[in-house]
Design a protein around this ligand. Sequence first.
Ligand code: NAD
Length: 492
Amino acid sequence: MHSRLFIDGEWIAAANGAMFDVINPANEEVFHQVAAGAASDINAAVKAARRAFDEGPWPRMNGVQRAKILNKIADTIEQQTQQLARLEVLDNGKPLPEAVWDMEDSAGCFRFFAGLAQKSDNEAEEQIALDDPGFKTTVVKEPVGVAAAIIPWNYPLLMAAWKVAPALAAGCCMVLKPSELTPLTALELADICHSAGLPKGVLNVVTGLGPDAGQPLSEHCDIDKIAFTGSVPTGSKVMAAAANNIKNISLELGGKSPFVIFADADIEKAVEWVMFGIFWNQGEVCSATSRVLVERALYEPFLARIAEEAKKITIGNGLDEGVLLGPLVSKGQQEKVLAAIKRGLDDGARILTGGGVPAQHQNGCFVEPTIFTDMNEDSWIWQEEIFGPVVCIKPFDSESEAIKMANNSRFGLAAAVMCADDERAQRVARAFKAGIVWINCSQPTFAEAPWGGYKQSGIGRELGRWGFENYRETKQITTYISEKPWGWYLGR
Ligand code: NAD
């Protein structure tokens, strides 16, 4: 396990020597310490990235050359999947099979963007037609420059991959700041990239607290682009800080995503996907479908069936066999989720199952899978992101009512619909005000498809060719090709 900052190809201590604890949320034990980077370390990292961008080989390589290194990074993540996944479980708490899945997705993400880098050589220049034959315009794509990536703790390596892979593919140089709650796999990624031959200074990783390391990074005037994933309040601070030098920004923020189930849906499939949409990764998922709307005729049978299944989920240490719900990431997150549950009860909602700390897991940051019903549409638990294994379920009577309730949110990250009538599903999918819509499922995510939200869920898109464009500038080069003099001042 690394414990130092990775700057300009070297492992170094924080300038002020500070460290912070890394805690296993399954037992609340401190198992490691990592350098607490601050403004001067951010300065050093930005300087290294700037030099690598202005003078180094990376932005000057072609896409085929960059793809070779990105593919090597993917190979190494695949080879080290088991070790990396175990580290992720210690740091974050998630069940091991989920962590393994994250590692496979991270490798897949590097491979996908290697493919785009390779293709980009042939698409780098485009001639466009103008309505004036005296001119010719070529459009070229270039890397944005020095990018900063600030990421959360719920998918530590995968969230890093979603930013590092496209940024490197485009030819950018970077500073990555992982969450202080889960810093370990980002440091491993630095090591993997270095061993794969990434030139020094291209990827710098500074661990540290949000206000001490994240804030100076988002304010830094030598950063050209900032890609942030996290909560709305922090996203808003990052956006304000980015205004310093008008940075290009993309924000992936929170959500309170609806899942609309019509009465003709298969109840077993509905229960399975609703559970996956909220209990997977302990509900610490930005796109979790945490507001469930069920058509009245199915409502009572659905409640009975999901309560029965939610009680059967095996809770425990993510490293233990058969566990499907691990601890939340930290004591602080556990307290936040328990406070949200109390608020729901205080506001008059009813708990169908769960609602507390599991009796056999008092030690660690565990919360039971919790199902709420009978809440008002304007209540706090129906409207606000809880970021834990807590789902709210309400009935509806018509398609138009379901759409209205689904869209009644300040968020717009994701939405899902399940019904037997495909025409209706397509209609509802188009009516949702959300950037990601699932039909007959919830959560499956692919490196090829755009990811991002409407409204307060963010700005811009990650993944796919849209994510790649995040890290590229578009330049027009216009040439005067006419033999005729311009004739504005001379020859009048
Ligand atoms: P957070 O906003 O608390 O922290 C995110 C990152 O920002 C961390 O690295 C943190 O250290 C840093 N940070 C904190 N204060 C900062 C500041 N003043 N300036 C700059 N950086 C600062 O979020 P979190 O608790 O780590 O993650 C949970 C949130 O992330 C949820 O709201 C979730 O919905 C969201 N999320 C969104 C997506 C998405 O794709 N839309 C994906 C994952 C998580």
